[in-house]
Design a protein around this ligand. Structure first.
Ligand code: ATP
Length: 220
């Protein structure tokens, strides 16, 4: 059987239950052998995150502690340069060899901007793209992305059959949680409880990230 590896990249500023439940649902639905969470070091498609990459990586580590299926991959921090998914996929492909099925996971919001990504045309030569719906976002009916999607779209079983080259859309429950909302609530002194793991919430409070007051549990 072909080994199936998933790469789920993000700013994770901070990681939240939307990311975590999605990652777990994907592991269960697609039977990925590995699900690697890859915090970006310096994102190129958005403004510089307010929190350093090692802290965002630490929050991922805290969030997945004890999980048998999710792992932290710090390759983008170790590269130390601008973070491009194409480099991460190339590194993983070199490490895993040609047979492994490698999938880059992204929410639909991220996929909508795919054609602005660095060397995006090379992504399918290195792996598959697995796109998950996100509340509030819809695929365009026409245009270059719709054409690309029709040309490369395939059913889930292709992730077993091929090592790379296809786009798979998965209808997976997406929780309507965003890191932006968590940062905003924190800055306003409002509770973020139940939106993200407790260990991450405490890390944010202890270090005063996102303008957090201390202690976080006093009022809520
Ligand atoms: P921000 O609010 O700062 O933009 P975010 O919550 O979108 O952050 P990111 O770290 O930017 O989180 O997202 C990493 C990846 O996870 C992206 O591909 C994004 O589409 C996906 N994602 C994030 N939150 C969800 C969610 N609730 N449901 C589905 N996909 C999500």
């Amino acid at each position: 059987m072909r080994r199936k590896i998933a790469v789920f990249g993000g700013t994770f500023n901070p990681i939240h239950h939307g990311h975590l439940r999605l990652a777990l649902d994907l592991v269960q639905q697609v039977s990925f052998d590995q699900m690697r969470l890859v915090p970006c070091h310096i994102p190129m498609h958005r403004e510089d995150p307010s929190v350093a990459s090692r802290r965002r990586a630490r929050m991922v580590e805290l969030a997945i502690a004890g999980s048998p299926t999710l792992t932290l991959d710090t390759c983008e921090l170790e590269r130390g340069s601008a973070s491009y998914s194409v480099d991460t996929l190339a590194q993983l492909r070199a490490e895993q060899g040609g047979e492994a099925s490698i999938s880059l996971i992204m929410g639909l919001d991220a996929y909508l901007g795919l054609m602005r990504w660095h060397r995006w045309e090379e992504l399918l030569q290195l792996g598959h793209l697995v796109v998950v719906d996100r509340p509030g976002y819809q695929m365009p009916k026409s245009g270059p992305l719709a054409d690309f999607d029709r040309e490369h779209g395939a059913a889930t079983k292709v992730l077993e059959q091929a090592s790379h080259g296809f786009v798979v859309h998965l209808d997976i429950r997406a929780l309507d949680i965003s890191a932006t909302e968590i940062r905003t609530l924190t800055a306003q002194g409002l509770s973020t409880r139940y939106l993200l793991p407790e260990a991450v919430r405490h890390y944010i409070a202890e270090r005063g990230l996102y303008g957090a007051g201390d202690p976080v549990d006093k009022t809520y």
